[in-house]
Design a protein around this ligand. Structure first.
Ligand code: SF4
Ligand code: SF4
Length: 480
């Protein structure tokens, strides 16, 4: 074959060696919109039950009054937390830490027993996505109608439906943001301020911030939050073992999969029970195919179980081709009773024991806790001085916090140095319900009761006519 000639000088043809093809890794993959098909069944009902329960608690709690005040209020400005009859001060932060540890342990326990129960049924992301999808379904129609609408050019019908959907979404998101802020500032006052547009800037900011987060996460991000943003999805596998209940496809029973008519004897044809209808994929809120095995995207919602059971019923096949099962259970074809026996394994028992101990410890400590807090601060302006009668005096500032819902009267005492006496303007200090008061306290000792230096004294505060009392350590300075 002759070489092709060009008009200029002949070009040398350099053979190019075939380069090995490098596989490119995409750091960002554009997501395909998922249009989950709605389905009814046991798990769908459980999911809706949890939506109602969690939202009843979330939206309802701040409106309940308790002892003339909002039952649950985290009053950050006043640095006081009210939980029904319980008044907590920043000094009680240990209870918050305890609550967080208990929540984490409970999550470990539930995950070890039944996988991602939290994700599928109670996580706010799941719950709000479910609510937003329900609105979408009601306004735009079923899966096919939604797909068709999104594929169409802009028309009046599309504009009206989309606008209406977004208005409803924004309404829900705003109410959610308002409720959230209502846990940190009295919700009735917040409502009035909203109506009169007299809001403080931080309240407006957080209402809109939380509303925006709800609107964005439940309306647009949806399964992306679970797949890419939630850390729990990544480390949950560390809490799974072969006896953890997870949504599983019974490959042994389902394969080989193939479509067939209802009256076909599929066993005679060597087919499994899966008719390859794809319904389990269409209902999945994260858009995965559980027949490919357990995937980190699976939030354990059980909707594919409902979908497949519907298909099995129509085909007159036994239910449970997709079911909650364990790896061991699936491999050994265990019955539900055998599965249940494996629940009580060492990991679960240890989590339960530690959790039980923590809960009992925390409840006991809450019951026996003294409803009185005292902070002692030395008055740095006057270290020590000699007062009338030749006595030596140190001045302190006491913050007395009444952690009860009733007005209280407290008496102050001191000990630690012979002859020490308390000199205050008020011998008994009155503090209102759930309030705190600063009082100046003067401690006096005989002039030569102690050599120069710092000496430990204890300042006691005792409830008049009650049993609450607190003793705080302080330093008494004797100058040279
Ligand atoms: S695979 Fe099934 S259980 Fe997992 S997220 Fe999808 S529908 Fe829910
Ligand atoms: S719903 Fe059941 S039958 Fe249909 S594809 Fe999924 S596993 Fe197969």
């Amino acid at each position: 074959m002759s070489e092709p000639k060009s008009s200029g000088s002949p070009r040398r043809v350099i053979p190019i060696a075939a380069e090995p093809q490098e596989e490119s890794i995409r750091l960002y993959a554009a997501s395909k919109k998922i249009y989950p098909r709605s389905i009814s069944g046991v798990f769908a009902r459980w999911r809706w039950g949890m939506v109602f329960l969690t939202q009843l608690v979330f939206y309802g709690l701040p409106w309940i009054e308790w002892g003339g005040r909002q039952s649950v209020l985290f009053d950050l400005a006043a640095r006081r937390f009210y939980l029904f009859g319980l008044v907590l001060y920043p000094q009680d932060l240990i209870y918050l830490a305890g609550l967080l540890v208990i929540s984490a342990l409970a999550l470990f326990l539930f995950t070890a027993v039944a996988g991602r129960l939290w994700c599928g049924f109670a996580c706010p992301q799941t719950v709000y996505t479910e609510i937003f999808m329900w609105v979408e379904h009601k306004i735009e129609g079923n899966r096919n109608a939604r797909m068709r609408l999104d594929g169409e050019a802009l028309s009046m019908e599309k504009f009206v439906k989309k606008s209406f959907k977004h208005i409803v979404w924004i309404g829900i998101a705003m109410w959610t943001g308002f409720t959230f802020v209502g846990y940190f500032t009295p919700i009735r006052v917040l409502g009035l301020e909203f109506l009169q547009t007299q809001l403080g800037s931080w309240e407006v900011f957080w209402v809109f911030f939380y509303a925006f987060a709800t609107y964005g996460n439940a309306g647009f991000m949806r399964e992306q939050v679970c797949k890419y943003m939630c850390p729990y999805a990544r480390f949950q596998s560390a809490m799974f073992d072969a006896d953890t209940l997870v949504v599983s496809y019974d490959t042994q029973r389902g394969e080989p999969r193939a479509p067939r008519g209802r009256n076909v004897d599929h066993k005679a044809k060597g087919l499994g029970d899966c008719i390859d209808c794809g319904l389990c994929v269409q209902v999945c809120p994260t858009g995965i195919d559980i027949r490919n095995g357990l995937q980190y995207e699976c939030i354990g919602c059980g909707l594919c179980v409902d979908a497949c059971n519907t298909v099995m019923e129509k085909m007159n096949y036994p239910q449970g081709l997709i079911r909650f099962d364990t790896t061991n259970g699936m491999a050994h074809r265990w019955s539900p009773r055998q599965l249940l026996r494996r629940v009580l394994r060492p990991r679960v028992l240890i989590y339960t024991a530690v959790l039980g101990l923590l809960v009992v410890g925390m409840l006991t400590s809450l019951v026996v806790r003294t409803p009185l807090k005292v902070n002692v601060v030395r008055d740095r302006a006057s270290l020590a001085r000699i007062v009338e009668g030749g006595r030596l005096e140190n001045v302190y500032r006491l913050q007395i916090m009444n952690a009860t819902e009733k007005p209280q009267r407290y008496r102050i005492s001191a000990e630690g140095i012979p002859g020490i006496a308390v000199a205050t303007d008020e011998p008994v200090i009155a503090v209102g319900p759930a309030e705190s008061r600063y009082v100046a306290v003067r401690l006096q000792i005989p002039y030569e009761a102690r050599p120069p230096g710092s000496h430990v004294v204890h300042i006691g505060v005792r409830e008049e006519g009650g049993s609450a009392q607190v003793s705080e350590k302080a330093a008494f300075i004797v100058p040279r």
